[in-house]
Design a binder for this molecule. Structure first.
Ligand SMILES: Nc1ncnc2c1ncn2[C@@H]1O[C@H](COP(=O)(O)OP(=O)(O)OP(=O)(O)O)[C@@H](O)[C@H]1O
Ligand SMILES: [Mg+2]
Length: 585
């Protein structure tokens, strides 16, 4: 499966209904609150819609008759209406603000969980910076839309519909004339929204690229300085930054493009009301009060419309972000657990049956590999750089699935094991050990079920009994030595020691060491070998090494090159193969 995220998403614009359906999954759990907020929205709209009608009545009946008592009473009623509307609109805003924050929280959790469930291939194919940008920036835009815009959006729609109803029912012809400019707007909006969304998508993508660039720069800072490449990266950064700037400006222009058009339509609406309304009054078909309320309704139709235009772009931004986020959410791990099968009784702990493997978009790295590794034996994989040793080991621990063929672990297809079972059976010390920030103690206990509740003193005792004490002595403060993020402050050899202890203490059935001793001095290396020799008899060891002295004691040596994994037979033969790259065994 190809896991690379594209962001070349659909250019077509969605209807309001499709949009709501699309974001609905985010809101399902907020149904009650949304319903409550919506009822506040409706109340507020109704209150503000009633006011102009009352004003019209007050003008025509009391002001024109100079009945000041009536004016006062109506004035008080209208004031009460506005005050109530103020209260309800406070609650609607507050409720939606909370909804927005919760949506953001849930969305980030969902993405993070999804990321945790995706296979290694996904992380090979995507840049961390872009992923972080999706988790931070894109979710933020979505939440902003929910917390600020959704309420306004709906209240604007209600106000508009309500005003339109009042306009048409007060005087159908005049109402229709007032609304005509809005129809023109509808068409213009429809035409422009796809373009606006596209602009925003490009801008979000550029922001992701910027974030990737920053991340690569910071990660590789030392190399950049050592090779004096700062100028090069400065230039590259300023290019990416300029690109981001241009896309942001583009998006900004797109986002405000509708506003003036809407202003114009609103003015036309008012002009129509005045011209047509006055002509109606002069032919005795209309009253001054009605004209004033008509103006008010025309306003409360076009103002929300203008707001909707602004909100529409905020919606397009949110949708563009939602596309980028849902691209991650829709990915499925293509390393599923398959149905359990009966276990074959066998002495082999690991078996490759006709295994082929290629990396996505890469050439084939393994061709028809057949292997049989027996319980308790020590195997070595040797071969030239780039020959496929790490790849073979990755298939053994199911970091990837073979393109063809089967990997069998303890008599069952490796795909039938849950991630937990698999991790219990196989310990893999990676070529590039990965540590987490914390202490040596934390890192050793990482994912260790057996000792997870142990105190430092208790773990020390275990370490002593397993003969690992010497290794811990290589750290200034022993188990309590602090490790910074990424393990920058300890040596590579020390990292390998921690990875080694971590793997050994989990007592796996198969222990894979990928160049695990490449950066360790010969004395410590000897120590590791003694520890390996003392592991339970049934532990199968697979050692990948360039230094041949490390594999002297192997029961079997495999030579890995050009897609083949073949038995070397003897140490002497392995050396010959390495020297001549000879594939004929
Ligand atoms: N994540 C990856 N994506 C695509 N191709 C890869 C990836 N990792 C390795 N390869 C390719 O697979 C081939 C085998 O790589 P592998 O890491 O298995 O070699 P190796 O024998 O472990 O080498 P070394 O001795 O340097 O550790 C190489 O040609 C490499 O280019
Ligand atoms: Mg390797």
């Amino acid at each position: 499966m190809n896991y690379s995220l594209s962001s070349e998403t659909s250019k077509k614009s969605l209807t309001l209904w499709q949009t709501i359906l699309k974001i609905w999954p985010l809101l399902v759990d907020e149904k009650k609150i949304l319903f409550l907020a919506l009822s506040f929205v409706i109340t507020t709209s109704l209150l503000s819609l009633t006011a102009p009608r009352l004003i019209a009545y007050a003008i025509d009946t009391y002001i024109l008759q100079k009945d000041y008592h009536g004016v006062l009473v109506y004035g008080a009623i209208i004031l009460a209406l506005y005050l109530t509307a103020l209260v309800t609109s406070y609650f609607q805003t507050r409720l939606m603000g909370e909804v927005g924050q919760r949506v953001l929280y849930r969305l980030r959790n969902q993405i993070f969980e999804k990321l945790q469930s995706l296979p290694v291939a996904f992380f090979n194919q995507n840049k961390t910076g872009d992923l972080i940008s999706r988790i931070n920036n894109d979710t933020d835009k979505i939440s902003e839309f929910f917390s600020r815009s959704v309420v306004q959006f709906f209240s604007s729609i209600f106000l508009m519909i309500g005003s339109a109803i009042f306009l048409l029912s007060l005087n159908f012809k005049l109402g229709l004339a007032t609304l005509t400019p809005a129809l023109v707007l509808l068409v213009i909006t429809k035409v422009l929204s796809a373009w606006i969304k596209q602009r925003n998508l490009l801008s979000a993508k550029a922001l992701g690229e910027l974030s990737s660039e920053v991340q690569e720069n910071i990660n590789n800072f030392k190399v950049i300085i050592a090779f004096n490449r700062r100028d090069f990266f400065r230039r590259r950064f300023s290019e990416v930054n300029a690109h981001n700037y241009k896309s942001a400006v583009g998006a900004g222009i797109a986002n405000i493009s509708l506003t003036p058009v809407y202003g114009l339509a609103s003015n036309f609406g008012q002009l129509i009301v005045l011209a047509y309304g006055i002509s109606l009054i002069s032919s005795q078909n209309f009253t001054i009060g009605l004209l004033i309320s008509f103006l008010a309704y025309s306003n409360s139709f076009y103002n929300p419309l203008r707001q909707i235009a602004a909100l529409w772009t905020s919606l397009q931004t949110a949708l563009a972000s939602w596309d980028r986020v849902s691209e991650i959410l829709l990915l499925e791990n293509d390393l599923p657990i398959i149905k359990d099968v009966a276990k074959r009784i066998t002495d082999t702990v690991l078996e490759f049956k006709g295994v082929n493997f290629r990396y996505p978009d890469g050439k084939e790295v393994l061709h028809n590999v057949n292997l049989n590794l027996e319980k308790g034996k020590t195997y070595a994989l040797v071969g030239p750089t780039g020959g496929g040793k790490t790849t073979t080991a990755s298939l053994m621990s199911r970091l990837y699935d073979p393109t063809n063929g089967e990997v069998v672990l303890c008599g069952k297809d490796i795909k039938t094991y849950s991630a937990k079972e698999r991790a219990e059976k196989i310990g893999f010390i990676l070529q590039e050990p990965i540590l987490f920030s914390g202490t040596v103690f934390d890192n050793i206990l990482y994912a260790n079920e057996e000792y997870k509740k142990f105190t430092v003193a208790e773990l020390e005792e275990v370490i002593k009994q397993s003969g690992l004490q010497e290794l811990i002595n290589r750290f200034d403060k022993g188990l309590l030595t602090e490790i910074s993020v990424g393990g920058e402050d300890i040596s590579l050899g020390q990292k390998q020691l921690i990875a080694f202890i971590r793997a050994v203490l989990r007592k796996p059935e198969v222990l894979i060491l990928d160049e695990a001793t490449a950066n360790i001095d010969t004395v410590t290396e000897q120590l590791l070998e003694n520890i390996l020799a003392k592991l339970p008899d049934q532990t199968t060891k697979i050692i990948i090494a360039h230094r041949l002295n490390t594999i002297e004691n192997a029961d079997e040596i495999f030579f890995v090159n050009s897609g083949n994994v073949i038995k070397a037979g003897s140490m002497k033969r392995a050396v010959e193969m390495l020297l001549h790259g000879n594939m004929k065994s």
